[in-house]
Structure formats: structure tokens, C-alpha cells
Design a protein around this ligand. Structure first.
Ligand code: HEM
Length: 203
């Protein structure tokens, strides 16, 4: 049996706190000097990894609905998307404040010659546009265009992968795992799309 209104509210609070845990653990390690030999890199990579993980979780919710026939995974879609944006913002903040020491000169020097950084910035702008339009009010205001706009989350999944592949120099295991997950999730969406189209044509 599914929980009632109060039950869902409690579950949402638990999921919210669990999603905040990586941030608390990483910052706690940073303040206690537990991030190893290169703490800035560990913090930067840690936030980037969690941004990608939350993006994957967000992408998995709609296929979960399709596979299980249950609507409840969709209740967490906005929260997971906003967490992807939150960790991506921290990832960017560490890059600008700790890696580049807030230097505009260093930014101008580094960014144009690094395609993977440009791809990171593109992914971030996609996540930003999804985050600012994620409210119920924006959903109402944009109507059908909102659904189209929020399909950009799939593009963000792909550009985040390209960002990851382009920055890796030798061991591709981790990005390949993420690529497999995202390809599987996109495949479910494509199958659903073609099934719907086939149903329409058979009418
Ligand atoms: C906001 C603009 C972004 C910038 C400027 C940026 C920049 C960077 C840089 C400089 C690195 C380290 C490269 C190296 O030293 O080898 C990195 C790694 C990474 N970034 Fe980004 N990034 C951005 C956005 C994103 C987004 C939106 C995601 C995911 C949704 C992401 C996921 C990752 C991952 C997974 C890594 C590798 C972490 C690891 O190796 O464990 N980045 N990024």
C-alpha cells in the first residue's frame, strides 16, 4: 500500500536529507583535512561526480514509472534535478574560487582552450535553465513549451558525458559506466516513443 499525504511528506524529507549527505561529508572532510594529497581536486571531482549521479537518478525516474507502472518515482524528479544543479554549482564554485583563485585572467586563459570546460559550462547552463523553470508557477506559465524545454535534461545527460570523456586522459572505466546507464535510460524513452507512435498509426 502506498503512503498517504503525510507519509509522502516524511519520505521527501528523508530523501532530501540523504541527498544532502555527500555535501556534508565532503565539506566535513575538507574542514578536517581528510581529502588526501590534493584536497581541491578531491572536492572539485567529488562535487562533479555527485552532479552527474543526481542527473542520472533524475533521468531514471521516468523510465522507472514506465517499467513499474507506478507514478510515485515522479514525485522526486524536481528534487533530484535541483540536487544535480546544486552539486554542479558547487563544482563550478570550487573551480572558480579554489582552482582559478577568482582570477578573471586565469578564466580567460584556461576556458577557451579547454573544450571539456566549455562542455561543462554548456551542461551547467542547461541545468540552470531547467532549475529556474522547475517551479509550478513556471510550469503553468510555459504550458506545453515547459514539457519541450524540460526534455533538455536528456541533452544535459549527453553533454555531461562528453565533458567527462573529454577530460579523461587514460582510464575510461567510470565515464563508460555512466555512458551505459544513460544510454539504457534513453533507450527506454525511445522504445516508449516508438510504441506510442505505432499505437497512433494503428488507430
Ligand atoms: C559549470 C561548468 C563546469 C566546469 C567549469 C567544469 C570543470 C571541470 C574540471 C576543470 C574538471 C577537472 C578536470 C581535470 O582536472 O582533469 C571537471 C571534472 C568533472 N566534471 Fe565538471 N565542470 C563543469 C560542469 C560539470 C557538470 C554540469 C557536471 C555534471 C553534471 C560535471 C561533471 C564532472 C565530472 C564527473 C568530473 C570528473 C570527476 C572525476 O574524475 O571523478 N561538470 N570539471
Amino acid at each position: 500500500m502506498l503512503p498517504g499525504k503525510k507519509g509522502w511528506a516524511a519520505i521527501k524529507v528523508i530523501v532530501f536529507l540523504l541527498s544532502l549527505l555527500p555535501f556534508l561529508l565532503l565539506t566535513n572532510d575538507a574542514f578536517n583535512d581528510q581529502l588526501g594529497a590534493n584536497p581541491v581536486e578531491a572536492l572539485h571531482f567529488g562535487f562533479g561526480d555527485w552532479a552527474l549521479r543526481f542527473l542520472c537518478i533524475g533521468l531514471a525516474l521516468s523510465p522507472s514509472k514506465t517499467i513499474t507502472g507506478q507514478n510515485w518515482p515522479m514525485r522526486f524528479r524536481r528534487m533530484m534535478g535541483l540536487y544535480a544543479f546544486f552539486y554542479a554549482s558547487l563544482h563550478l564554485l570550487v573551480f572558480i574560487v579554489l582552482d582559478l583563485s577568482l582570477s578573471w585572467e586565469a578564466f580567460k586563459d584556461e576556458v577557451p582552450k579547454s573544450p571539456y570546460i566549455l562542455m561543462g559550462l554548456l551542461t551547467y547552463s542547461l541545468l540552470l535553465s531547467l532549475a529556474v523553470t522547475s517551479t509550478k508557477r513556471m510550469q503553468k506559465r510555459l504550458g506545453r513549451s515547459w514539457i519541450k524545454l524540460h526534455k533538455l535534461v536528456y541533452v544535459a545527460g549527453i553533454t555531461a558525458l562528453v565533458h567527462y570523456f573529454w577530460l579523461i586522459k587514460s582510464d575510461y572505466t567510470e565515464p563508460l559506466i555512466y555512458a551505459g546507464v544513460i544510454a539504457g535510460l534513453l533507450a527506454v524513452r525511445i522504445v516508449v516513443y516508438f510504441r506510442r507512435a505505432a499505437k497512433l498509426f494503428s488507430l
